[in-house]
Design a protein around this ligand. Structure first.
Ligand code: FEO
Ligand code: CA
Ligand code: CA
Ligand code: CA
Length: 607
C-alpha cells in the first residue's frame, strides 16, 4: 500500500457519545453496513435463514452464531478481495428459539442446531470500490467454509497421542471433533488463523459426581463440574459431553487452534505445545532471530499471561517449502508464564488505584519457563501434564495473578505488547492488590503494556507499565495514562485489541452495559505523539451486545466489528427491551464494516 498513515498520527474525529441505542453509532463522516449475519447462507445449497424452521442441515451451511474474532486476509495485491474469518464463540438459545424454556427442554434437533452454530466461518468478500465496505462475493465462492462441533481436528505437539486425550471414540488421542467457545485470535505471518478455545467447561455435564480426587482437582481448576448436573444439557444428546462417561473429553478442548483459510480441504489443528487454558486467543510476533512467538491470555479472574516461542524459525519466503515449514512452527517450542514485579513500595498500592509516588504503575518482569527443549520445568509435573493442566503449572511457579487477561497483542509499530485486563470484581483486601493489578473490586478493568528487553519477542525479561485504569473518567480511581481526563471517552471492560498501520491502539469492550450502563463499543487511542493517551470512542454497538473483532484493514481504510450477542440479558421489559439488530426482528449476531463517507481530516479510519 503506497500511502499509509505515519507513525504517531493523531486522531481527528469527534467521539461518539455515551448511549444505549439499539444500533451501530459511528462518528460524523463515517458509515457502516452489515457484512454478514447469523443464518446467512454461505455454502452452496444452504437455504435462506428461517427463524421458525431451523435445522442442523441448514445451520451447517449458514453463518454461525455469536461472532467474536474477525480478520480479513487479502486475496489479491490491491486488497479488493479477501477472506473473512469469524469465530462463532457460543450460542444464546433463549434468543435463537421462540418459546425457549431452558436447557432442560432442549430438543435433539435444537442441540444439533446449536452445535452447528458454534465454530467459525470463512466467507469470501469483495470491497465495494465506491465506499470501501466489504460484502460477500456473488457467484462461485470456492473458499467459503464452516467449521463446527463435528469438524475433525488433528492434534499436534507433545500431548498428541497422550493417554490424557484418549476417549472411547478416539483411541489414538490425536483426532478431536470440533472446537468450542472460540473467542479471540490472530493471524499469522504465514497466512493462517489462530483461535482460542475459551470457556469450554460450560458444555460438559455429569451424570454422577466425580470422585477421583486428582481428576476432581483438575476439573475444579478449569471450572468443570465435580458434582452431578448440567448447564447446557449437551450430554443428554451427545454422551461425549458427560464427564462421568468420558472423563478425558474436556482435555480435548481449551487449546489454540490453527486454520488455513486458503485451503478449504485442510484439517484444522489443535496445538498442544501452546498449553491448555481458557485461551482468549494468540497473536504472533517474530523474534529477532526469526522464531515465532505467541502471546496469550487466560481469561479468568486471577489467571495468567503466557508466551510460546517456537523451536524453528519463520521462513519469510512463499515457496511451498517455506509455507509447509511455517505451518509446523507451532507444533514444537517452549512455553513461559509471566511474573510481574512492581517498583513502588507495596504500601503505596492500597487498592484504590491511587498513582504511586514515583508517578507510575510500572516495574520489571520475567518469563518463567514451564516447558523448555521438550523438558518440564515444573516440579512434579510431566510435559504432558504441564501442557494439559497449564493453570496448575502456573500456580506452582508463582506466576502473577491478573485481572482476567483477554487479548494480548504486540504493536507492530512500537513493539509494545498490550494486555487487555477486562475486570475482576473479586480482587479485594484478602486476595491483595499489586502494582500490576492495583484496584480492589476492579469492575472497569485496565490495560498493561509490556516492553521486552531489547524489543525482542524472545527476551526472558521485560519492563511494564499500566497504560490505563479504565472506567468513568470522573472517578478518582481511573487513570488515562496521564492524559487530561476531561477530554477522554469513558472506556470500560477492555477486551479485544488491534492496531492500525500508524500503530494507534484500538480497543473493543465487553461489559460496559452492566459495569457502566452504556453500550459497549470500539475506541482508539494514539500511543505516541502529541495526542498520546487521548482515548476516543469510535463506535458503539447495539443493545446488550458486546463489541468484538476489531479488525483494521492493513491499508488503514476500513474497520470491521463483530456484534456479539445483541439482546443478551434483555427482559422484553420497557426498561430493557430485547435488541432487534440488525433487521428489526429477532437479534442476529453480525459482522459490520465501517468506512469513511467523506475525507474529513484524512483518508484513514480514525483520522
Ligand atoms: Fe470470550 Fe474472554 O472473552
Ligand atoms: Ca511505580
Ligand atoms: Ca474476549
Ligand atoms: Ca469477552
Amino acid at each position: 500500500f503506497p500511502d499509509l498513515p505515519e507513525r504517531g498520527r493523531p486522531v481527528g474525529f469527534r467521539s461518539v457519545g455515551d448511549n444505549t441505542l439499539d444500533t451501530i453509532v459511528v462518528p460524523n463522516g463515517y458509515d457502516w453496513s452489515v457484512t454478514v449475519a447469523w443464518g446467512d447462507p454461505i455454502l452452496p445449497g444452504a437455504p435462506e435463514f428461517d427463524f421458525d424452521n431451523q435445522t442442523e442441515a441448514a445451520q451447517l451451511g449458514q453463518f454461525g452464531y455469536n461472532c467474536d474474532f474477525v480478520a480479513i486476509l487479502p486475496l489479491d495485491r490491491d486488497f479488493t478481495k479477501g477472506l473473512l474469518w469469524v469465530n462463532h464463540e457460543y450460542t444464546n438459545e433463549e434468543l435463537m428459539f421462540r418459546g425457549w424454556t431452558g436447557a432442560a427442554g432442549i430438543t435433539l434437533e435444537q442441540l444439533k442446531v446449536v452445535q452447528a452454530a458454534h465454530g467459525g466461518s470463512v466467507v469470501e468478500l469483495e470491497r465495494v470500490a465506491e465506499t470501501g465496505e466489504w460484502l460477500p462475493v456473488g457467484g462461485r465462492r470456492r473458499y467459503n467454509r464452516r467449521i463446527h462441533t463435528k469438524t475433525e481436528f488433528l492434534v499436534t505437539g507433545p500431548v498428541a497421542g497422550s493417554d490424557l486425550l484418549k476417549t472411547s471414540a478416539d483411541k489414538t488421542g490425536k483426532k478431536i471433533l470440533g472446537m468450542l467457545n472460540n473467542c479471540a485470535g490472530g493471524t499469522t505471518p504465514w497466512g493462517t488463523i489462530l483461535s482460542g478455545e475459551e470457556n469450554f467447561n460450560q458444555y460438559f455435564g455429569s451424570s454422577a459426581a466425580i470422585t477421583d480426587p486428582t481428576v476432581a482437582a483438575r476439573y475444579a481448576r478449569y471450572g468443570l463440574r465435580t458434582t452431578a448436573g448440567t448447564e447446557r444439557n449437551w450430554e443428554k444428546g451427545d454422551k461425549r459431553f458427560d464427564l462421568a462417561q468420558e472423563p478425558n473429553e474436556p482435555n480435548r478442548f481449551g487449546w489454540i487452534v490453527e486454520i488455513d483459510p486458503f485451503d478449504p480441504e485442510s484439517t484444522p489443528r489443535k496445538h498442544t505445545a501452546l498449553g491448555r487454558m481458557k485461551h482468549e486467543g494468540a497473536t504472533i510476533s517474530i523474534a529477532e532471530d526469526g522464531r515465532a512467538v505467541a502471546y496469550m491470555g487466560d481469561d479468568e479472574r486471577f489467571d495468567y499471561v503466557y508466551k510460546f516461542i517456537s523451536k524453528n524459525k519463520f521462513r519469510p519466503g512463499d515457496s511451498k517449502r517455506d509455507r509447509d515449514s511455517n505451518l509446523r512452527l507451532l507444533e514444537e517450542g517452549d512455553l513461559y508464564v509471566a511474573k510481574f514485579t512492581g517498583d513502588s513500595p507495596a504500601a503505596e498500592i492500597d487498592g484504590t488505584g491511587k498513582v504511586p509516588s514515583d508517578g507510575a504503575f510500572d516495574g520489571t518482569g520475567q518469563w518463567i519457563p514451564l516447558v523448555v527443549n521438550g523438558q518440564s520445568k515444573v516440579q512434579g509435573m510431566t510435559v504432558a501434564e504441564v501442557l494439559t493442566f497449564t493453570r496448575l503449572a502456573g500456580d506452582r511457579v508463582g506466576a502473577t495473578k491478573m485481572d482476567r487477561p483477554e487479548d494480548v497483542e504486540r504493536n507492530p509499530v512500537t513493539g509494545t505488547i498490550v494486555i487487555a485486563l477486562t475486570n475482576n470484581t473479586s480482587r479485594n483486601a484478602t486476595t491483595g492488590a499489586d502494582e500490576t493489578n492495583p484496584r480492589f473490586a476492579n469492575k472497569w478493568g485496565h490495560v498493561v503494556g509490556i516492553d521486552e528487553t531489547g524489543n525482542d519477542a524472545a527476551a526472558m525479561t521485560f519492563t511494564w507499565n499500566i497504560i490505563m485504569l479504565a472506567g468513568d473518567p470522573n472517578d478518582a480511581s481511573t487513570y488515562y495514562g496521564g492524559f487530561d481526563k476531561t477530554q477522554v471517552s469513558h472506556l470500560s471492560c477492555p477486551d479485544n485489541v488491534a492496531f492500525d498501520p500508524a500503530g494507534r491502539l484500538w480497543i473493543s469492550t465487553d461489559g460496559m452495559p452492566s459495569a457502566s450502563g452504556i453500550a459497549d463499543g470500539l475506541f482508539v487511542v494514539p500511543v505516541e505523539g502529541p495526542d498520546k493517551g487521548h482515548v476516543r470512542r469510535f463506535a458503539s454497538v447495539p443493545r446488550n451486545a458486546e463489541c468484538c473483532g476489531p479488525f483494521i484493514t492493513p491499508d488503514g481504510r476500513t474497520a470491521t466489528i463483530a456484534v456479539q450477542h445483541p439482546g443478551e440479558g434483555g427482559t422484553a421489559s420497557p426498561e430493557n427491551p430485547i435488541s432487534t439488530f440488525p433487521y428489526g426482528d429477532q437479534p442476529r449476531p453480525s459482522v459490520v464494516t465501517v468506512w469513511r463517507k467523506s475525507p474529513g481530516n484524512g483518508p484513514f479510519i480514525g483520522d
